[in-house]
Ligand binder design. Structure first.
Ligand code: HEM
Length: 180
Protein backbone atom coordinates (compact mmCIF):
# COMPACT_ATOMS: atom_id res chain seq x y z
CA UNK A 1 0.00 0.00 0.00
CA UNK A 2 3.04 2.26 -0.53
CA UNK A 3 3.24 3.12 3.16
CA UNK A 4 6.68 4.72 2.69
CA UNK A 5 5.17 7.11 0.13
CA UNK A 6 2.31 7.89 2.53
CA UNK A 7 4.80 8.75 5.29
CA UNK A 8 6.87 10.92 2.96
CA UNK A 9 3.97 13.00 1.68
CA UNK A 10 2.41 13.29 5.17
CA UNK A 11 5.67 14.76 6.52
CA UNK A 12 5.93 17.16 3.56
CA UNK A 13 2.31 18.29 4.04
CA UNK A 14 2.77 18.80 7.79
CA UNK A 15 5.98 20.79 7.26
CA UNK A 16 4.33 22.93 4.58
CA UNK A 17 1.25 23.59 6.72
CA UNK A 18 3.48 24.80 9.57
CA UNK A 19 4.68 27.55 7.22
CA UNK A 20 1.05 28.48 6.45
CA UNK A 21 -0.36 28.98 9.98
CA UNK A 22 -1.17 25.27 10.24
CA UNK A 23 -3.65 25.55 7.34
CA UNK A 24 -3.88 23.59 4.10
CA UNK A 25 -4.27 26.71 1.96
CA UNK A 26 -4.34 26.75 -1.85
CA UNK A 27 -0.73 28.02 -1.85
CA UNK A 28 0.37 25.31 0.61
CA UNK A 29 -1.23 22.56 -1.47
CA UNK A 30 0.28 23.85 -4.72
CA UNK A 31 3.78 24.01 -3.23
CA UNK A 32 3.96 20.28 -2.42
CA UNK A 33 5.34 18.98 -5.72
CA UNK A 34 5.44 15.40 -4.44
CA UNK A 35 1.63 15.43 -4.05
CA UNK A 36 1.33 16.42 -7.70
CA UNK A 37 3.69 13.56 -8.64
CA UNK A 38 1.58 11.09 -6.63
CA UNK A 39 -1.66 12.19 -8.30
CA UNK A 40 -0.06 12.04 -11.77
CA UNK A 41 1.22 8.51 -11.11
CA UNK A 42 -2.26 7.52 -9.89
CA UNK A 43 -3.80 8.84 -13.11
CA UNK A 44 -1.14 7.02 -15.13
CA UNK A 45 -2.04 3.65 -13.63
CA UNK A 46 -5.74 4.41 -13.38
CA UNK A 47 -6.85 6.92 -16.05
CA UNK A 48 -10.47 7.72 -15.16
CA UNK A 49 -11.41 7.59 -18.85
CA UNK A 50 -9.27 4.73 -20.25
CA UNK A 51 -9.67 5.66 -23.91
CA UNK A 52 -10.14 8.65 -26.20
CA UNK A 53 -12.73 8.60 -28.97
CA UNK A 54 -12.53 10.59 -32.17
CA UNK A 55 -14.24 10.63 -35.57
CA UNK A 56 -12.02 10.78 -38.67
CA UNK A 57 -12.81 14.00 -40.51
CA UNK A 58 -10.78 12.92 -43.55
CA UNK A 59 -9.29 9.66 -44.82
CA UNK A 60 -5.92 9.10 -43.12
CA UNK A 61 -3.12 6.57 -43.55
CA UNK A 62 -1.36 5.78 -40.26
CA UNK A 63 2.29 6.71 -40.97
CA UNK A 64 4.61 3.74 -41.60
CA UNK A 65 1.70 1.28 -41.95
CA UNK A 66 -0.90 0.10 -44.48
CA UNK A 67 -3.68 1.02 -42.10
CA UNK A 68 -6.10 3.50 -43.63
CA UNK A 69 -8.82 5.12 -41.55
CA UNK A 70 -11.69 6.17 -43.78
CA UNK A 71 -13.48 9.46 -43.32
CA UNK A 72 -16.31 9.05 -40.81
CA UNK A 73 -14.72 6.10 -38.99
CA UNK A 74 -14.72 6.13 -35.17
CA UNK A 75 -11.17 5.81 -33.82
CA UNK A 76 -10.40 4.83 -30.23
CA UNK A 77 -7.01 5.35 -28.52
CA UNK A 78 -6.27 3.29 -25.42
CA UNK A 79 -4.93 5.68 -22.77
CA UNK A 80 -4.69 2.75 -20.36
CA UNK A 81 -2.65 0.72 -22.86
CA UNK A 82 -0.22 3.54 -23.63
CA UNK A 83 0.21 4.54 -19.99
CA UNK A 84 1.05 0.94 -19.07
CA UNK A 85 3.36 0.31 -22.02
CA UNK A 86 6.84 -0.62 -20.69
CA UNK A 87 8.36 1.13 -23.70
CA UNK A 88 7.27 4.46 -22.19
CA UNK A 89 6.91 3.54 -18.51
CA UNK A 90 9.37 0.80 -17.46
CA UNK A 91 7.92 -1.64 -14.90
CA UNK A 92 4.47 -0.15 -15.58
CA UNK A 93 2.72 -2.00 -12.73
CA UNK A 94 5.02 -0.36 -10.17
CA UNK A 95 3.60 2.77 -8.50
CA UNK A 96 6.49 5.21 -8.76
CA UNK A 97 5.76 8.95 -8.41
CA UNK A 98 9.39 9.69 -9.35
CA UNK A 99 8.36 9.20 -12.99
CA UNK A 100 6.80 12.67 -12.65
CA UNK A 101 9.69 14.51 -11.00
CA UNK A 102 10.79 17.66 -12.87
CA UNK A 103 13.82 15.80 -14.23
CA UNK A 104 11.93 12.70 -15.37
CA UNK A 105 8.61 13.99 -16.66
CA UNK A 106 10.24 15.90 -19.53
CA UNK A 107 11.45 12.53 -20.88
CA UNK A 108 7.88 11.23 -21.25
CA UNK A 109 7.17 11.35 -25.01
CA UNK A 110 4.31 13.50 -26.25
CA UNK A 111 0.87 11.79 -26.08
CA UNK A 112 2.11 9.01 -23.76
CA UNK A 113 0.59 10.55 -20.62
CA UNK A 114 -2.87 11.89 -21.37
CA UNK A 115 -5.35 11.19 -18.55
CA UNK A 116 -7.05 14.49 -19.48
CA UNK A 117 -7.02 13.76 -23.21
CA UNK A 118 -5.13 15.63 -25.88
CA UNK A 119 -5.74 18.22 -28.60
CA UNK A 120 -8.49 20.83 -28.93
CA UNK A 121 -10.93 18.76 -26.83
CA UNK A 122 -8.51 18.18 -23.95
CA UNK A 123 -10.27 18.38 -20.57
CA UNK A 124 -11.18 21.96 -19.64
CA UNK A 125 -11.25 20.95 -15.97
CA UNK A 126 -7.62 19.76 -15.76
CA UNK A 127 -6.52 22.27 -13.14
CA UNK A 128 -9.67 21.82 -11.03
CA UNK A 129 -9.30 18.03 -11.40
CA UNK A 130 -5.72 18.18 -10.10
CA UNK A 131 -6.74 20.50 -7.26
CA UNK A 132 -9.64 18.27 -6.15
CA UNK A 133 -7.61 15.07 -6.48
CA UNK A 134 -4.67 16.45 -4.50
CA UNK A 135 -6.96 17.93 -1.83
CA UNK A 136 -8.68 14.56 -1.40
CA UNK A 137 -5.38 12.68 -1.07
CA UNK A 138 -4.00 15.32 1.32
CA UNK A 139 -7.01 15.14 3.68
CA UNK A 140 -6.91 11.35 3.79
CA UNK A 141 -3.14 11.14 4.32
CA UNK A 142 -3.06 13.88 6.98
CA UNK A 143 -5.71 12.05 9.00
CA UNK A 144 -5.17 8.34 8.29
CA UNK A 145 -2.59 5.66 7.55
CA UNK A 146 -4.06 3.42 4.87
CA UNK A 147 -3.25 -0.30 5.03
CA UNK A 148 -4.33 -3.40 3.15
CA UNK A 149 -6.71 -5.68 5.05
CA UNK A 150 -7.65 -9.36 4.70
CA UNK A 151 -10.12 -8.66 1.87
CA UNK A 152 -7.95 -6.23 -0.14
CA UNK A 153 -7.48 -7.80 -3.60
CA UNK A 154 -3.82 -8.62 -4.37
CA UNK A 155 -4.35 -7.40 -7.93
CA UNK A 156 -6.83 -4.78 -9.09
CA UNK A 157 -9.41 -6.23 -11.49
CA UNK A 158 -11.41 -3.68 -13.47
CA UNK A 159 -15.18 -3.61 -13.82
CA UNK A 160 -15.63 -4.49 -17.50
CA UNK A 161 -19.21 -3.16 -17.54
CA UNK A 162 -18.13 0.41 -16.84
CA UNK A 163 -16.59 2.73 -19.43
CA UNK A 164 -14.90 4.67 -16.64
CA UNK A 165 -12.12 2.84 -14.77
CA UNK A 166 -13.46 1.30 -11.60
CA UNK A 167 -12.50 -1.73 -9.50
CA UNK A 168 -14.58 -4.86 -10.13
CA UNK A 169 -15.01 -5.80 -6.46
CA UNK A 170 -14.22 -2.52 -4.71
CA UNK A 171 -11.04 -2.02 -2.72
CA UNK A 172 -11.59 -2.71 1.00
CA UNK A 173 -8.87 -0.99 3.07
CA UNK A 174 -8.06 -0.36 6.71
CA UNK A 175 -7.78 3.26 7.90
CA UNK A 176 -5.89 4.00 11.12
CA UNK A 177 -6.22 7.51 12.62
CA UNK A 178 -3.00 9.50 12.63
CA UNK A 179 -2.47 10.75 16.18
CA UNK A 180 -1.30 14.35 16.12
C1 HEM B 1 -9.36 14.01 -12.34
C2 HEM B 1 -10.36 14.65 -12.92
C3 HEM B 1 -10.65 14.63 -14.40
C4 HEM B 1 -10.20 13.78 -15.37
C5 HEM B 1 -9.25 12.57 -15.23
C6 HEM B 1 -10.80 14.21 -16.63
C7 HEM B 1 -10.58 13.60 -17.85
C8 HEM B 1 -11.11 14.04 -19.05
C9 HEM B 1 -10.87 13.41 -20.34
C10 HEM B 1 -9.99 12.18 -20.58
C11 HEM B 1 -11.56 14.11 -21.27
C12 HEM B 1 -11.61 13.82 -22.78
C13 HEM B 1 -10.58 14.71 -23.47
C14 HEM B 1 -10.33 14.37 -24.91
O1 HEM B 1 -11.22 13.80 -25.57
O2 HEM B 1 -9.22 14.67 -25.42
C15 HEM B 1 -12.25 15.18 -20.58
C16 HEM B 1 -13.05 16.12 -21.19
C17 HEM B 1 -13.74 17.09 -20.53
N1 HEM B 1 -13.68 17.37 -19.18
FE1 HEM B 1 -12.59 16.38 -17.80
N2 HEM B 1 -11.58 15.31 -16.39
C18 HEM B 1 -11.52 15.60 -15.05
C19 HEM B 1 -12.12 16.65 -14.39
C20 HEM B 1 -12.94 17.58 -14.99
C21 HEM B 1 -13.55 18.70 -14.31
C22 HEM B 1 -13.35 19.03 -12.83
C23 HEM B 1 -14.30 19.35 -15.24
C24 HEM B 1 -15.17 20.58 -15.11
C25 HEM B 1 -15.08 21.45 -14.15
C26 HEM B 1 -14.15 18.65 -16.51
C27 HEM B 1 -14.75 19.02 -17.69
C28 HEM B 1 -14.53 18.42 -18.92
C29 HEM B 1 -15.16 18.85 -20.17
C30 HEM B 1 -16.19 19.98 -20.33
C31 HEM B 1 -14.65 18.02 -21.18
C32 HEM B 1 -15.01 18.06 -22.68
C33 HEM B 1 -13.98 18.92 -23.40
C34 HEM B 1 -14.26 18.99 -24.90
O3 HEM B 1 -14.81 18.04 -25.46
O4 HEM B 1 -13.86 20.00 -25.51
N3 HEM B 1 -13.31 17.59 -16.31
N4 HEM B 1 -11.96 15.11 -19.22
Amino acid sequence: MNEDIQEQVRTLLQETMQKHDGKLTYEALQSVDYLDMIFSETLRKYPVLPFLDRTCTKTYRVPGTDIVLDKGVFAFTSILGIQRDPQYFPEPERFDPERFSDANRRNIPSCCFMPFGEGPHKCVGLRLGYLQGKLGIAHIILNYRVHPCASTPAKMEFNLHSFLISPRDGVPLKFTRVTK
